[in-house]
Design a protein around this ligand. Structure first.
Ligand code: APR
Length: 320
C-alpha cells in the first residue's frame, strides 16, 4: 500500500509544525507549498533530516508551484497573513479572502479528492469561502477551531482540578474565540459532569466562569506574550488530530467548523459543531439539544458568522 500524501499550504509557523507532527506520527509523506521562494523547500529538507533521528520514513517535498500538492489525500491550509497592529478585521478578511481564492483554485486543480482542513483566520468565513473556491463537497472541507478551543479548556480544567488532561473531556460549540459556546454540562472528568464536580466541592462556578473566559481569550493571551505572531503548537496538534481521524478512519467525534444544512436550524454556513470524522470526511453532525441559555449563545455565534459572510460579500464580489 502506498503512503498517504499530506499537503500543507502555507509553510509558516503552523505549517512547519504540522509537517513535523505528521512525520513523527508517520501519517504519510508531506509536501509544503508557500509563495515565499525557498522556505518550503528549506523546511522540507530540514524536516527530512530529522527523520533518521526520530525514526520516521516520511518523505518531504516543497515548492512554490501548486503542482507539488498533486494527488494529496489531505490538504491543510494555513496560508494568509495574521492580524498586524493597526489592521482592522475587514483588512485581514479582505487580504485572506484574496489568498484563499488562489489556494482554492490550486486545490481544485491538483487535489480535488482531498480532505481539506482550513486553519486560516477569520476561520468561520475563510473555510466557507474555501469550500466555494474548491468546489469540493462540503463534507470534505472543514475548519479547525473547536479541537483547539476544547484543548485549551481541558488544559485549564485539568490544572484547576489537579487531574490528568487525559481524564478531562470538554465540549464546545460555535465560532472561534469570543463566540465559543462551552457546554459545561457536557464537560466532564472521567464522565463526571462539571456541575456535579462543583456540587462535590472540587471547584466553584466562579472559577469555572473564569476558566471559560480565559479559554475564549486563549489565542489573544498567546499573541500578547509572543508579540510577533500567534499560537502554533496547539493549533497544529489539533489539525493533525483531525487529519489522523480521516486518514485512519478513526471516526473520532471532534468539534469542527462544519457545513450545516439544516442542523441546529442553520443552512449553508460553517459553524463549530461536534462531528464524526472518518474515511468519508465529515460523516455525521451531532445535533444535541440546547437549553435556552446555550441556544442564545449559539445563535449569537451564528449571527457573527453571518455578519462576516456579509462583510466578505461586500469586500469581494466573488463571495457576494
Ligand atoms: N499562498 C500560499 N502561502 C501564503 C500566501 C499565499 N497566497 N500568502 C501568505 N502565505 C504564507 C506566508 O508566506 C507564510 O509562510 O502563509 C504562511 C503563514 O504563516 P505564518 O505567518 O507563520 O502564520 P501561522 O502562525 O502559520 O498562522 C497561519 O493560521 O491561526 C491562523 O491566524 C492564523 O491565519 C493565520 C494562519
Amino acid at each position: 500500500m502506498s503512503r498517504k500524501k499530506i499537503a500543507l499550504i502555507g509553510a509558516g509557523q503552523i505549517g512547519g509544525t504540522l509537517a513535523h507532527l505528521a512525520s513523527i506520527k508517520e501519517l504519510g509523506d508531506v509536501v509544503l507549498f508557500d509563495i515565499v521562494q525557498g522556505v518550503p523547500a528549506g523546511k522540507a529538507l530540514d524536516l527530512a533530516q530529522a527523520g533518521p533521528v526520530h525514526g520516521s520514513d516520511s518523505k518531504f517535498g516543497g515548492g512554490d508551484d501548486y503542482a507539488v500538492i498533486e494527488g494529496a489525500d489531505v490538504v491543510i491550509v494555513t496560508a494568509g497573513v495574521p492580524r498586524q497592529p493597526g489592521m482592522s478585521r475587514d483588512d485581514l478578511l479582505s487580504i485572506n479572502l484574496g489568498v484563499i481564492s488562489k489556494v482554492g483554485a490550486g486545490i481544485k486543480k491538483y487535489a480535488p479528492n482531498a480532505f481539506v482542513i482550513c486553519i486560516t483566520n477569520p476561520l468561520d468565513v475563510i473555510v466557507w469561502a474555501l469550500q466555494k473556491c474548491t468546489g469540493l463537497p462540503p463534507h470534505m472541507v472543514v475548519g479547525m477551531a473547536g479541537v483547539l478551543d476544547s484543548a485549551r479548556f481541558r488544559y485549564f480544567l485539568a490544572e484547576e482540578l489537579d487531574v490528568s488532561v487525559e481524564s478531562v473531556s470538554a465540549f464546545v460549540l460555535g465560532g472561534h474565540g469570543d463566540d465559543m459556546v462551552p457546554l459545561i454540562r457536557y464537560s466532564a472528568v472521567a464522565g463526571v459532569p462539571l456541575p456535579d464536580l462543583i456540587e462535590m466541592g472540587w471547584t466553584t462556578q466562579q472559577r469555572i466562569d473564569a476558566i471559560v473566559d480565559r479559554t475564549r481569550k486563549g489565542g489573544g493571551e498567546i499573541v500578547g506574550l509572543l508579540k510577533t505572531g500567534s499560537a502554533f503548537y496547539a493549533p497544529a496538534a489539533s489539525a493533525i488530530a483531525m487529519a489522523e481521524s480521516y486518514l485512519k478512519d478513526k471516526r473520532r467525534v471532534l468539534p469542527c467548523a462544519a457545513h450545516l444544512s439544516g442542523q441546529y436550524g442553520v443552512n449553508g454556513l460553517y459553524v463549530g459543531v461536534p462531528v464524526v470524522i472518518g474515511a468519508g470526511g465529515v460523516q455525521r453532525v451531532l445535533e444535541i439539544k440546547l437549553d435556552p441559555s446555550e441556544k442564545q449563545m449559539f445563535d449569537k455565534s451564528v449571527a457573527s458568522v453571518r455578519a462576516l459572510i456579509a462583510a466578505a460579500g461586500k469586500l469581494n464580489p466573488d463571495f457576494a
